[in-house]
Ligand binder design. Sequence first.
Ligand SMILES: [Zn+2]
Length: 669
Amino acid sequence: MNRLNTFLSSVIAVFIVLILAASPALSQQTDIEESLYYRVTVPIANSETIRTIGDLGLPIDHVHYHERVMHAEFSGYDLNLLTEAGIDCQIYQADMASYYEQKLTSDELFHSRDLTGSGAPQNFKLGSMGGHLTLDEVIDEMDLMHELFPNLITEKFSIGQSYEGRDIWTVWMGTELDEEKPQAYYNSLIHAREPMSMMNLVYYMWWLLENYGEDEMATFLLDERHLAFTLVLNPDGYEFNRQNSPNGGGMHRKNMRPNGTTNPGVDLNRNFGPEIFWDHPNGGSSTSPSSDTYRGPAPFSEPETQALKAFVLENSFRTVFNYHNFSDLLIYPYGALQRQTADAHIFLPYAKQMTAFNNYLYGTDQETVNYSTRGGADDWFYGFEEGNDNRVNAISMTPEVGSVSDGTGGVWGAFWARADRIVRLSQDNIYPNQLLALFAGPALRQTELTSIGAFQPYQSLSPEISLNSAEAGGETFFNLFFDEVLYNAGRYGMEVNLTASTDAEFVAFMENTVSFTVDIDDSFAGSTPEFVMELDSEVPDDMEFVVTIDMDIPFTQDSFSWDFIFTTFGSPVSAEPGHELPRKVALKQNYPNPFNPDTSIQFMLPESAEVTLEVYDTMGRRVQTLVNGSMSAGEHRVNFDASSLSSGVYLYRLTTGSEAHVRKMTLLK
Ligand SMILES: [Zn+2]
């Protein structure tokens, strides 16, 4: 070798070392193994590139975009398709399963599994698979929940079997399950490599169970809703991942039906009907069996989707979450049709409210992942508006839990979130999970959905009263008039029952109950319930008496009572709304709860009083005084800003004279 060559070799060697040092990326010449998975970046020139990648059948429903670059995890088989299509990509991590395993097992929490101080429900535990529960461990959790709370959750039951003959276990939660109540449905792990989808639901279930009787929302949801949970829709794929990667990190996505390739299975979330979605020319699934988005030979060709379909058709779910991870998204239909549904005015404000605290991006597939999907669960649950009378017609959405940049190091939250992220990612979804159940029934709002931001429950209401005819000794008719801004924003007709009563002995009611229905998406406008009473002819002039109207709406959080003051004045009688004063001191559950960083605390005073409202931590230390002084009779609302406090359970205590009331709240940062 001559001197020049030696010199050049050294320069080249230094150059290569510099390149390697400057970039963690592996060389493009890495031998690509079809059955391994790779983390890659793909430069995205325009939306056409995304479309092309999707049309090749690559799973781009869980990718992340940053500055015109797509970050994704694709199989070697898919990478070869990309290369053949002339699309550039940069591999920066090979063999994702091993990579995940190494990262998952290097986390201290994975070994200690100690969740003290995390704010997690007492019974919530991390699993053995990188912190995630295995299939057997999920089954154990369901059994334990039923053992500890037999009145709040059923024993698990199978809705059918997977291709390999595993049961697809499901449970109902709620009290008095024999009664007809609004139903919501939660399911997860339809994609076998997305365990956060399931972990967040297990967390939510424990939260409901442990807070029943303590937290107003948990109690309400279990008393007034029936909630079904299918935690592992794809048990074969999930078990396959465990067998190959017992510490977590398995990258298989589909079910396990053999298809003659090294990547068995059908993508269950591309296997839903109706035909018009499953086979839509917009694309969004693959017809090639080896693809990760292979849709199967026909809609509902797979036993897993068949089981889900049969179970759903037996029930009447009004709201549905089909959980996946990751991308920090909340996606709603249509996936196949490249347009909004006829119920976009429902989806949009629901999604806006549900993401008020976790800040997930919401919208249709086109609006969030820039691509169509066909044969997905959301579209089927919602259904095609035209010529599909048997549609489920549920408000169905797909939350994508966690982000590619969750936690430290930039890549933690992805398919296999590290143990130290599991609790936080679960907490991010408590609020949307609560709202999903709430909206499954009637929901009382003061305005139309489209005009509001974060969900606030109904606060005050005072219907007008009008006397139609009135005379002592004869029949007296009166009507209430409801403001048209009162609105049923839930997914269930609102049956309103009004009852009038009075203590006055000279009054007899001839018509003291009135019922009417407010349909979904409809307002109270035009409701003029009429009552009839008869006054004794001997009633003296100038007598005041109070008529109380109680309003009861089944399955809603709110109940109401108003007093109207009537005055006899010879004939006719006059009437006006009375001052609505609470009858006793009451401290309400804060809203929202859990919260971050602020929440609202409401209390009622029947008369003016010296009041203190203080916040304590669980060690009994006072952390903030919200009220200290004299307050007037009536309703009060105090905002609590906890930006300077850390996550955890806090107590708030209202003291007036000799009375004290305490409630619990949870801050999740
Ligand atoms: Zn998924």
